[in-house]
Design a protein around this ligand. Structure first.
Ligand code: TRP
Length: 330
């Protein structure tokens, strides 16, 4: 597969003045060090999304091979009204994939929530996005919250306790292991209350050639996205990863029903960073992310174990992606 390793070192040496470029905290250093020294080395996927990484991921979403984003958008466009009919107006819409809030905002005219609660680790980022939205939708009470929902949370009293509808698009739930996903869903159920619900996007199991292509695009954007992690880590912990020595490696593990993303050493090498060093043999891998794919049945079972019952699900003509609406079981 072609890769962009030849391009990236140039970007690496560029005189970047990103605020995030400064350096990581002691906690970040400790966390990344633990991963690099593990028996099966890994780096947390959260470091994929620095400024360039976020732009590369946007580019991934434009690729022919990467179907999830556009397929989910088509499902919302086609069945949004049907979803609203199922869910009803006046909910408190709690957005777990907020980012720029665009996906939820598209549903506002149909869902007509009474309150909109976008969650993001960075409340500051949300405040900007919400400012513009509030002008467009003055009738909706907007309550942005800086909160890491993956860590177990409870919503403050500023969020209406009735008709809580969690919105979790983008199949991000697939980036958790099934055990973690269940814990997250249980936590949502605990916060939903008896009349709450969940509208969630999941990527479905399909032909493995389609899955493999989605994570191994011909243009090499996915490879660049994955390799950029090393560039980010170099800045965060003063590491000396040479991107030309690594290659993107992703494949579908059918037994585990997941895409595994790795970075693979092209040669024997060693890496130094603040207070640490690690050797890699040729072919050794650094694990970067998993992306679990579900059958509708398997995911409905997970929902059930978490205390939700599926009311309805919508899919595309190829059955590649699904959006499910589930209600809390009282
Ligand atoms: N969350 C995305 C997904 O699972 C992230 C992703 C797409 C990704 N391509 C990647 C992560 C390549 C690492 C490497 O689809």
């Amino acid at each position: 597969m072609p890769d962009a390793a030849g391009v990236l070192p140039q970007a690496q040496s560029a005189h970047e003045t990103l605020p995030e470029a400064a350096q990581g905290s002691a906690a970040v250093l400790a966390e990344i060090t633990t991963g690099l020294l593990a028996a099966r080395p890994y780096i947390s996927p959260k470091y994929l999304y620095d400024t360039l990484g976020s732009k590369l991921f946007e580019a991934i979403c434009e690729l022919d091979e990467y179907y999830p984003t556009r397929t989910e958008a088509a499902i919302f466009a086609r069945y949004g009204a049907d979803m609203a009919a199922c869910i009803g107006h006046g909910a408190s819409l709690i957005d777990l994939g907020a980012g720029n809030c665009a996906k939820a905002a598209q549903l506002f005219p149909l869902l007509r929530p009474q309150q909109y609660v976008p969650l993001d680790i960075s409340a500051e980022f949300l405040t900007q996005a919400v400012y513009g939205l509030q002008q467009r939708f003055p009738a909706i009470e907007m309550t942005p919250l800086g909160l890491d929902f993956s860590a177990g949370f409870s919503l403050p009293e500023s969020v209406s306790a009735s008709r809580r509808l969690f919105f979790y698009p983008g199949s991000s739930i697939g980036n958790f292991s099934p055990v973690q996903a269940l814990a997250l869903l249980r936590n949502l159920r605990a916060n939903a209350g008896e009349d709450g619900g969940l509208l969630i996007g999941i990527d479905l199991v399909k032909n493995s050639a389609v899955l493999d292509a989605a994570y191994n695009d011909a243009l090499g954007v996915t490879a660049a996205f994955n390799l950029n992690l090393l560039r980010h880590v170099n800045r965060l912990i003063g590491a000396d990863f040479d991107l030309a020595q690594w290659q993107h490696y992703a494949y579908f593990d059918a037994a585990a029903s997941r895409i595994e993303m790795h970075l693979e050493a092209r040669t024997a090498l060693s890496v130094q960073w603040q207070g640490g060093t690690q050797q890699f043999a040729r072919g050794d891998r650094l694990h970067t992310e998993d992306s679990y794919k579900y059958t509708p049945q398997a995911f409905q079972q997970l929902l059930q174990s978490a205390g939700f019952e599926t009311v309805q699900h919508w899919t595309d003509p190829d059955n590649w992606f699904a959006v499910l609406y589930a209600r809390a079981v009282p």
